[in-house]
Design a protein around this ligand. Sequence first.
Ligand code: B12
Length: 260
Amino acid sequence: MISSKGVDFSKILKRYDISLQNDMTPEAAAKKMLPKDPIFKEIAECVMYKKFKEIGPVVTKALKEKNPLDIINDGLVAGMEVVAKLYADHVYYLPDIMMAAKTMEIGIALAEKQIPGGRVTKGTVVMHAAEGDPHDIGKNIAAVMTRSAGYTVIDMGRDVAVTDFIDEMKKTKPLFGSGTALMTTTMSAFPAEAKLMQEAGLTMPLMACGGAVNRDYANSFDLGIYSQKAPQTPLIAQKILDGYDWKKIRENWDSIVKGE
Ligand code: B12
């Protein structure tokens, strides 16, 4: 009878073509990119190694010592950054990403419950991921941060039709709207939305975000402003509350985000 005893599966289930192309391994990426703080490191490791059964207890334990927003940014998001790097280097595949994202989301849900505030709202923000775009992890993080900074967030989800976003903006008249695009094929939703907003007489800024977008692109159409990272959003939102319009935000962008 054939026995699998003693077989080293790591050599069989190995993409030798990829191994030849680069030296990147999860362990090498972890060494380079994982946070040094042991509590954040343990959280980030759960995400990068897709330990979705362990993340709950690990985050619950961490919440006794660390601030929930730091747990999200320095632990959960840090782990997801390693995953994105491994995906870019063809070490991880789509199923890995989906499991890692799920692990991160379990952690975010737990940390979010411990964020104080949220009773008094400073204003409403409408968020969405662009039409055709399924990437919503960054948007979800931005929504958590914006809520925790005291704003009401209407999160329209992902793959939101341009017309649905405009209808929501007309109905809610928020402080500003934000959109996320991680694909070059979906980022053109933002200038289209900005044009429709103007036709509807809406003048609030439209924050264009996500990996496909950069500051030049966001500044290339009227109403467009940029936010590179989720933690920058509350700083920009505060300026909108202070009366800054989209032009003034653009002019003062560097000083507003203060290296965040
Ligand atoms: C996770 C992921 C997926 C997941 C998405 C799960 C989900 N629910 O989001 C799944 C597996 C579904 C997926 C699918 C696809 N993906 Co994908 N995916 C990724 C990946 C690896 C990571 C993205 C991510 O979540 N990063 C972590 C988060 C935290 O980062 P982030 O979104 O950039 O957010 C940060 C900032 O951008 C910003 N931000 C983001 N949104 C917002 C919003 C606001 C308001 C603010 C202030 C800030 C902000 O703040 C965050 C950090 O602070 C990227 C690679 C990469 N390096 O980015 C590819 C990537 C985006 N995917 C890509 C592609 C091509 C696809 C597919 C088309 C693949 C395929 N062939 O099927 C499909 C989409 C099919 C479809 N149309 O339905 C390409 C896009 C290429 C391009 N330029 O167009 C990328 C870049 C990979 C690559 N290098 O080719 N993907």
